[in-house]
Ligand binder design. Structure first.
Ligand SMILES: [Fe+2]
Ligand SMILES: [Fe+2]
Length: 190
């Protein structure tokens, strides 16, 4: 029997929060040192795009949210807020990604401006995500448990698990779990 859908999502939130902590520390390091480790920030963007958005938010947006919206008009309000937070988070990643070439480039004026954009958006993301996750861990998970029967939750849990069964998917997920720990440990050593 798979773990409940809310348990699976809560476990993923822990990995997301590891990287969020690393982002906050990275923003401070960039600001203090006036230099940027482009490779490390790129890894944070990679994790966010492929694990947080590609895997976790896809489970929420494609499977869980539509089910809850169908069940309860009241859930629709909460879900539209959560969706707009996903979009704001994606916008942070777009801004960081667009600023990285300048931030790591040779022109000092452009590099400083690029670093500023990266710092601002790492901080914004690190501010938004814990609030978003806090809302999901309480309000969204309660809605899920209240609105879906035990059997429906089990079907959803299997659908979540099935997403991880595509060829190579397990290895990719394990790689991102390791990356989250590596990024967080870099934060602890800083
Ligand atoms: Fe979410
Ligand atoms: Fe989530």
């Amino acid at each position: 029997m798979p773990e409940s859908p809310t348990r699976q999502l809560a476990d993923e939130h822990e990995y997301v929060l590891l990287v969020v902590g690393a982002m906050d520390a990275e923003a401070a390091r960039i600001e203090d040192s006036g230099t940027i480790d482009v490779g490390r920030v790129s890894q944070m963007v990679d994790f966010t795009r492929n694990f947080t958005d590609g895997d976790h938010h896809t489970k929420e947006e494609n499977l869980l949210f539509p089910l809850l919206e169908e069940r309860s008009p009241a859930a629709g309000g909460t879900i539209s807020v959560l969706l707009s937070e996903h979009e704001a988070a994606r916008e942070c990643m777009r801004a960081i990604s667009a600023a990285l070439p300048d931030a790591g480039g040779p022109d000092e004026e452009r590099a400083a401006a690029g670093r500023g954009v990266v710092v601002e958006n790492l901080r914004l993301y690190a501010y938004l995500l814990p609030l978003h996750i806090g809302k999901e861990d309480t309000v969204l998970f309660k809605l899920t448990e209240d609105l879906l029967s035990a059997q429906e939750q089990e079907i959803l849990a299997r659908e979540f698990e099935d997403m991880g069964k595509a060829p190579g998917a397990r290895e990719v997920t394990e790689r991102y779990h390791r990356l989250a720990h590596d990024l967080a440990e870099g934060h602890a050593r800083a």
